[in-house]
Design a protein around this ligand. Structure first.
Ligand code: IMP
Ligand code: MG
Length: 404
């Protein structure tokens, strides 16, 4: 088996964590290539729920765990996360020395910037991700490898001071971070190439979703890194030829956390119903997620950007409790209709969704076999999106998965 990547086709929270855990058994390692602790990947095994922010979701399958150069690494969160997991998991972890670090001062800056934006705040997770990537672009960032060489925080302290952020505790933070990453820092790109040369394979786990991509998403209401599969080689330091096949993940409705345009957002009580049945609350921040109908216009864009041929569809069980099912087939704007998401990006907050309600998923029951209503949905999606649906998820638990 070759390498495979799991990529979100919406605004994040598509169910990537569950899918990565489900698939990880077939791979030698699971690698994160983007984002940071803004991610919240949930894996449910039996009664137990695990939320991963930095550790790749393959952890519970005993796989090698790789954190690539493209990740913004918060050592404090990593320490917390590791402390909740069995001790042996630390021994599986390799962190690329080129990872930019997220400091407590970046988190403070995140909050300050959000406050400054006032009513146009992005609604970030306040995990300091934007500032950490900005520090990288400013060529000021501390990287994981720097921790090994006793860095002098003087210049950085001055930088934060000038922004009105008190840098007291910088040295203590460096000392603490050093301990967290001790013995874990190396070259993730080389490790992935070595695994491939030894006949093994790696599963790449994207965080966030395509529509939150810094370049290709609904800018400025996006995250501060790249969430598309074309970033896998850069974010890991591997040749594009090693990036593997992408598997797109989508929910059978849409959610979004934070601000920004959301054409298919539901403005009636159905959104509360879906939120409560689907437990649509941010895994990182606990914020209620905004809920919307399926958006085929946005999905076609995400599928094209990522070159996806196979998709996994999640949360089918949620629609069993909802009378209606709607799919947005085009956008209406200034009297004309379009199916072009990219051209709509500049005025996404003004478009009006044009819906189709081809069937209802209400009352569908899931066993080992797909019920007739779900088969209809699969056929509908395959025709509308030009992809193959190869996997369906109908519940949080690992076993609630059907391969097609
Ligand atoms: P940031 O990534 O914390 O800077 O937040 C920027 C935007 O991305 C906000 O709208 C967040 O809610 C959103 N976001 C960041 N990470 C995730 C995620 O893992 N799932 C869903 N939304 C996310
Ligand atoms: Mg999430």
């Amino acid at each position: 088996m070759g390498n495979l990547s799991v990529v979100g086709l919406q605004w994040g929270d598509e169910g990537k964590g569950k899918l990565v855990d489900y698939l990880a058994g077939q791979f030698d390692a699971v690698a994160r290539f983007n984002g940071g602790s803004n991610a919240g990947h949930t894996v449910v095994i039996g009664e137990k729920k695990h939320t991963f922010h930095l550790v790749p979701s393959g952890a519970l399958k005993g796989k090698e765990l790789l954190i690539g150069a493209g990740v913004a690494l918060d050592p404090v969160i990593l320490r917390e996360e590791l402390s909740l997991l069995p001790e042996r998991i630390r021994g599986k972890l390799l962190i690329d020395g080129r990872c930019s670090l997220v400091s407590p001062f970046d988190k403070e800056l995140d909050a300050v910037l959000e406050q400054m934006r006032g009513s146009s705040a992005i609604g970030t997770t306040r995990r300091g991700i934007g500032p950490a990537y900005a520090m990288r672009a400013l060529r000021l960032a501390l990287r994981a490898s720097d921790l090994l060489n006793n860095p002098d925080p003087e210049a950085l302290s001055q930088f934060y001071s000038r922004l009105g952020i008190d840098p007291t505790g910088f040295r203590a933070w460096i000392e603490e971070s050093k301990q967290v990453v001790a013995g874990l820092v190396g070259d993730v790109g080389s490790r992935i190439v070595d695994i491939g040369q030894g006949g093994g394979s790696v599963l790449f786990e994207a965080s966030q979703g395509t529509l939150l991509d810094l370049l290709h998403g609904s800018y400025p209401f996006v995250t501060s890194t790249h969430t598309v599969v074309s970033y896998i080689p850069a974010g890991l330091g591997i040749p594009p030829s090693e990036a593997g096949e992408p598997l797109g993940v989508m929910k059978c409705y849409t959610t979004r956390v934070g601000s920004g345009p959301f054409p298919t957002e539901i403005k009636d009580p159905t959104s509360d119903k879906i939120r409560s049945v689907g437990n649509e609350y941010g895994a990182t921040t606990g914020r209620p997620r905004r809920v919307g109908w399926l958006d085929l216009v946005a999905l076609r864009y995400a599928i094209r950007l990522n070159g996806v041929k196979n998709i996994a569809v999640s949360k089918l069980d949620v629609l069993s409790e909802v009378k209606e099912f709607r799919a947005c087939v085009s956008y209406r704007h200034m009297g004309s209709e379009t199916g072009d998401f990219q051209r709509s990006l500049g005025h996404l907050h003004e478009v009006e969704p044009v819906y189709e309600s081809p069937f209802s998923m209400h009352g569908a029951k899931y066993d080992a076999e797909l019920p007739a209503q779900a088969k209809k949905l699969v056929e509908y999606l395959e025709a509308a999106l030009g992809v193959r649906v190869s996997l369906v998820s109908h519940g949080e638990e690992r076993s609630r998965t059907i391969e097609l």
